[in-house]
Design a protein around this ligand. Structure first.
Ligand SMILES: *Cc1c(COP(=O)(O)O)cnc(C)c1O
Length: 340
């Protein structure tokens, strides 16, 4: 996700924290991992990750609640998705229980950097896995590194939520039976040119269509898309090449069980865009970034919620999920993992 306000003062950039967790895969198994202060990775020049992009990653946030406890939002979902991503790239999945243990160790070791309750900021966790041994012929690596580091991130929206202007990309993000549903770096590599061009044209992000027919909405480069219909139903596009966003899944649950909204997870046609009253991008970074308009080949769709602020449904959804994340209202069982 991208946002113009980021250009003035970066709120989502890497900042070195004292500790990160590292584990190595060798001789067919994951060795014991440990915390280290060394942020550098030394690789062979022909490492699999450098030649053939064998790498996947995750992202999640750590918050401080009102009573001062430290909580991580749904890390079990990230652990599971990272296993799916790894398997999609023929990498050995990092065991889920060890992933959660790594989360605990990294948060505990860097706990003084978890931003205060109510600041809107969070400690972002970035797990990443990559093939490390030298390869020249195309084949999966035999050795891997799993690394989990942290970086504090500011509130996504400084000085208010300004709805984004998007465009339908002329490029495709993922093949119909490709890697769109896993969190692989390679899906982002291909988006760099498209996003740079979109920025140059004055748009914040690209909306990608299904590559087979180019009639259905998929997602943006780094966030799922959500819509609100005139009768207040939350609609999210369904496709095998969309990355299964944990924020999107959480929002569907919140809409249904906290706000009593109707929800639909289904194919969404480009031709339907004009019928929605609100549109937003969802992901860990912003929870929901409202969208003002989407430029298409046959003209720009402007959502009735307008250019100045988020619409009422998405505002309510965002506020509710943010309150759940910071422990202000009761969360569904297992959503917040407390770090002692
Ligand atoms: C990470 C990501 C998202 C958002 O997923 P969350 O789990 O909600 O953070 C959406 N789309 C893509 C392509 C992503 O890589």
């Amino acid at each position: 996700m991208n946002n113009e306000s980021k250009k003035e003062k970066p709120s989502f950039g890497y900042e070195k924290m004292p500790y990160r967790y590292v584990a190595y895969y060798r001789d067919g198994k994951w060795c014991d991992g440990e915390l280290t202060t060394d942020e550098k990775v030394v690789l062979n020049e022909s490492a699999g990750v450098l030649q053939y992009a064998q790498t996947c990653f995750e992202g999640m946030k750590v918050f401080k609640t009102k009573d001062g406890s430290i909580v991580v939002f749904r890390p079990d979902m990230n652990a599971e998705r990272m296993c799916d991503s790894a398997m999609g790239l023929e990498m050995p999945p990092f065991p889920k229980d060890r992933f959660l243990e790594a989360v605990k160790q990294v948060v505990t070791a860097n706990r003084e950097y978890v931003p205060e309750y109510g600041s809107g900021a969070a400690l972002y966790l970035r797990p990443v896995m990559f093939g490390t041994n030298a390869v020249l012929g195309v084949k999966p690596c035999e050795e891997y590194q799993f690394r989990l580091f942290a970086s504090p991130v500011g509130p996504y929206f400084k000085g208010g939520v300004k709805p984004l202007k998007l465009k339908i990309s002329e490029y495709d993000r993922a093949a119909p039976r490709g890697t769109g549903n896993i969190k692989a770096g390679l899906n982002y590599a291909m988006s760099m040119r498209a996003i740079t061009e979109a920025h140059r044209e004055g748009y914040s992000e690209n909306v990608y269509l299904d590559p087979a027919t180019r009639t259905k909405i998929e997602e943006t480069g780094g966030a799922n898309v959500i819509f609100i219909t005139k009768d207040g139903t939350l609609v999210t596009p369904k496709s095998n090449s969309i990355l299964p966003s944990i924020t999107r899944k959480s929002l569907l649950y919140v809409a249904e069980h906290y706000l009593g909204m109707k929800v639909e997870h289904r194919e969404v046609y480009l031709s339907e865009l004009k019928d929605f009253i609100e549109c937003g991008l969802c992901g860990t970074a912003a929870v929901i970034a409202p969208v003002a308009s989407i430029a298409t080949e046959s003209g720009t769709i402007e959502f009735p919620s307008g250019e100045e602020k988020a619409g009422e449904y998405l505002t309510k959804l965002r506020e509710t999920l943010v309150k759940i994340q910071s422990g202000d209202i009761e969360s569904p069982q297992g959503w917040l993992v407390r770090i002692e």
